[in-house]
Design a protein around this ligand. Structure first.
Ligand SMILES: [Zn+2]
Length: 287
């Protein structure tokens, strides 16, 4: 089975700026992205009717970020089943997303009847106070939120998908975050070498990479399609100031991922157990 995962900041406020609605974006995504599972940041979350009406299951914190006009992060699914959770641990005593409410949305992902992974939709913001002065940065916030990630990992002990508007490359996140998961669960950025620009100021100014997908190694090695950013989806800028990232994960694939990050796919009919990485020359084992 193949699962198409997308993340995008859909800038719901664009509705007020230029009349683009969630429904317009949903139709565009359906036509252009063909996703089964999406993390949407700056989506309308009261709840996002454009998605529920189109048959998507939605996980979100109703109302999104407190004090906003009802926008936040939504995980939406159609080809797979998602079950949102807000508490983990023994007797579910640990409540998630209490540090900066609205920042983290979590759900388990099931393909048909099989548990596949746990997905975390994350929007690490430069938070502002009432006077619109910036009072935090993503690195400070993720540091405070480490207990949430630790609690989820300890509870699920399963492959993780972390996606959203993170503003920070994996390699710049705190060491404690980068090393939270190890071995097969260790987090990798499947776009690290491609570095797609996902944001452009509406005035046509500088582009930057603000959106990320981090995958546990066991998922990253099964990525067969990677597309993303403004170069791959230039039409996205008609609907938002961000462009999507898209990966397709083949859950049946036998492949490997080199230490250098290159995905080594075993061609059909090839029964080799090892291969030489065309990127760095190292010998890697198929798993
Ligand atoms: Zn390599």
């Amino acid at each position: 089975m193949k699962i198409r995962l997308v993340t995008q900041n859909i800038d719901w406020r664009a509705e007020r700026l230029n009349g683009v609605t969630n429904a317009d974006w949903e139709r565009w995504a359906e036509r252009e992205l063909g996703a089964d599972l999406m993390v949407l940041t700056e989506a309308q979350v009261r709840p996002p009717r454009a998605f529920t009406e189109a048959g998507w299951t939605v996980a979100c914190r109703p109302g999104g970020f407190p004090g906003t006009s009802g926008w936040g992060t939504a995980i939406v699914a159609r080809g797979v089943t998602i079950r949102q959770f807000t508490r983990v641990g023994q007797n579910e005593q640990y409540e998630l997303d209490t540090h900066f409410p609205g920042t983290l949305v979590a759900a388990d992902v099931w393909c048909r009847d099989t548990y596949f992974a746990t997905i975390i939709g994350l929007h690490l913001r430069y938070r502002k106070n009432k006077a619109k002065k910036i009072i935090s940065d993503p690195l400070m916030d993720i540091h405070s939120m480490l207990p949430d990630f630790k609690a989820i990992l300890a509870d699920r002990q399963a492959p993780l998908i972390i996606a959203g508007d993170l503003n920070v490359p994996l390699g710049d996140l705190p060491y404690e975050f980068q090393t939270l998961a190890t071995g097969e669960l260790a987090l990798l950025d499947p776009f690290a070498q491609l570095n797609p620009m996902t944001f452009q100021q509406r005035d046509g100014g500088a582009r930057s990479k603000l959106d990320y997908i981090y995958l546990s190694r066991s998922l990253a090695r099964k990525v067969i399609v990677r597309r993303g950013g403004i170069n791959d989806f230039p039409q996205a800028l008609a609907l938002s100031d961000h462009a999507p990232l898209l990966v397709e994960i083949d859950t049946d694939l036998t492949s490997s991922i080199c230490d250098c990050g290159a995905v080594l796919q075993r061609p059909a009919g090839n029964y080799a157990t090892k291969t030489r990485c065309p990127n760095c020359g190292q010998v890697a084992q198929y798993v």
